[in-house]
Ligand binder design. Sequence first.
Ligand SMILES: C[S@@+](CC[C@H](N)C(=O)[O-])C[C@H]1O[C@@H](n2cnc3c(N)ncnc32)[C@H](O)[C@@H]1O
Length: 256
Amino acid sequence: MVAEARRLRVDVLTLFPEVFGPFLGSSILGIAREKGILEVHCHDIRAWSRDKHRRVDDRPYGGGPGMVLRPEPVVEATEAVQAMEAEPGELILLTPQGERYTQAIARELAARKRLVMICGHYEGVDERVRLLLKPREISVGDYVLTGGEPAAVAIVDSVTRLLPGVLGDPESGAADSFQSGLLQGPQYTRPAEYRGLGVPEVLKGGDHQAVAAWRAAEARRRTAERRPDLGARTGGSPGDRATSGGEEGASPPETR
Ligand SMILES: C[S@@+](CC[C@H](N)C(=O)[O-])C[C@H]1O[C@@H](n2cnc3c(N)ncnc32)[C@H](O)[C@@H]1O
């Protein structure tokens, strides 16, 4: 059965709207936008600056290095952008201090009609942005980026893959790592032999059941080897989950 396509609108608030162009125009994101499934609007936070030089940052109270994004342009830009549509959308602040992004969160966000993302820069955003707007705070990992833009791209990309009608073959998304709570097993294509390395016989034999069993076993083996924590998160072994069809999204809250 072909799932019905629908539209996701994403608004990104950033100091660098120009960095999104190549990502949004290429590959899956470009196709999703052409099909009208994904609509992305990038807004320059500086347009809401009250400063004649369009400055949006200032020195931190209490001293210290770097600059902090002032609250007025960020809060007012966000309110104005949210008001552009009847649906205010899920508001996301990208920050290394947020909940860690996972495929389960990507699935949650893919069910929304609209996402509004705030990208910080410099030393981050004034705390009052968080207190006033009460965004969902998301981190793409335990490392620090210069700005929220690469994090926003990662989220838009991973969410878009999950939108019905985006991937030519919906099965390809279902087999991806994390979708079933496991890593995907090894993949092979032609040639049948390369530099002395062949392809497992089962993949060339045409027995679909045997191929499916091999892939499931390889996914369990690879997950146990590389990411035993994926099984631990649901209280079972990765092997249990492959056979029970368990989903990462059905797991208890993630430990951070
Ligand atoms: C240099 S960082 C600021 C880090 C901040 N001083 C701290 O230690 O928490 C500037 C901006 O990059 C973005 N950013 C950095 N690392 C991120 C991550 N792991 N996930 C999401 N956004 C991140 C955030 O928007 C942040 O406001």
